[in-house]
Write a protein that binds this ligand. Structure first.
Ligand code: DGL
Length: 259
């Protein structure tokens, strides 16, 4: 048994979609949630910038004594996970492998759509993993740069969001995909708008589910499960007086997620 917290991070409120699955599946686990609001969005940054950010947050969370780190961000998972694995002794998992495995298991017509940030789509990492599982899969990746700024602004029900949903979903639907991966942890927060446009016949894959199942497997195997000790701490970054600072993020993050 091990009551140390799990570290979980994202550029903003997106990782809260992973946290909510974690709290359902592993309610006894304590968590430090890091929302990197000062450096949002990650999706338009270069790989070098994303790797540097990742290293910085991993060092912070490792220093806080976490027992496992979940990179609750597709962009960081795609770009920095492999690079960072050698840099910390703490077990580290990302969201992309679990998301790809779930999509592979549920698609029937072998046509899978991926909604993701520009940085994630550029790497084609979902396509690579999925076609390594089955070369006859067809994967269509769609960059959605307008989604994260609108979600973080609390504009999930705005006409701008509706227009962006149509712009990004229409090409995927024209390809006849039967499965859609939320390839950015922010996107389950606009699931209502996405389903309203694309309908309920598609299989919607939230990689958070497979990611938390993997976390559970590791904690069980390594004998790291906690016993009834759950606490959740929210840390956010902000720019104050031109400086990057970490603050108590409860208000900032939870307000953003419910807007
Ligand atoms: N939620 C993140 C992801 O899964 C990051 C989005 C962003 O900051 O652009 O990719």
């Amino acid at each position: 048994m091990d009551n140390r917290p799990i570290g979980l991070f994202d550029s903003g409120v997106g990782g809260l979609t992973v946290l909510r699955v974690l709290q359902r599946q592993l309610p006894q686990e304590s968590v430090i949630y890091y929302g990197d609001l000062a450096r949002l969005p990650y999706g338009s940054k270069t790989p070098a910038e994303i790797i540097a950010i990742n290293d910085d947050i991993l060092a912070y969370l490792s220093g806080r004594g976490v027992k496992l780190i979940i990179v609750a961000c597709n962009t960081s998972s795609a770009i920095a996970l492999e690079h960072s694995k050698n840099k910390t002794a703490v077990p580290l998992i990302g969201v992309i492998g679990p998301g790809a495995n779930t999509a592979f298991a549920v698609t029937k017509n072998k046509k899978i759509g991926v909604l993701a940030t520009e940085a994630t789509v550029k790497l084609r990492v979902y396509s690579k993993i999925l076609t390594s599982l089955n070369p006859s899969l067809e994967v269509f990746e769609q960059a959605c740069p307008k989604f994260v700024p609108l979600i973080e602004r609390g504009a999930a029900a705005s006409p701008e969001l509706q227009a962006a949903v149509e712009e990004y979903l229409a090409p995927l639907l024209r390809q006849g995909v039967d499965t859609l991966i939320y390839g950015c942890t922010h996107y389950p927060l606009i699931e209502k708008a996405i389903r309203a446009y694309a309908g309920n016949d598609l299989e919607y894959v939230d990689p958070a589910v497979g990611t938390v199942a993997l976390a559970k497997e590791i904690l069980e195997r390594e004998n790291l499960l906690a016993e009834n000790h759950a606490q959740c701490e929210f840390v956010a970054s902000v720019i104050q007086g031109g400086q990057y600072v970490r603050v108590d993020g409860r208000e900032l993050l939870l307000r953003g997620a419910s807007a």
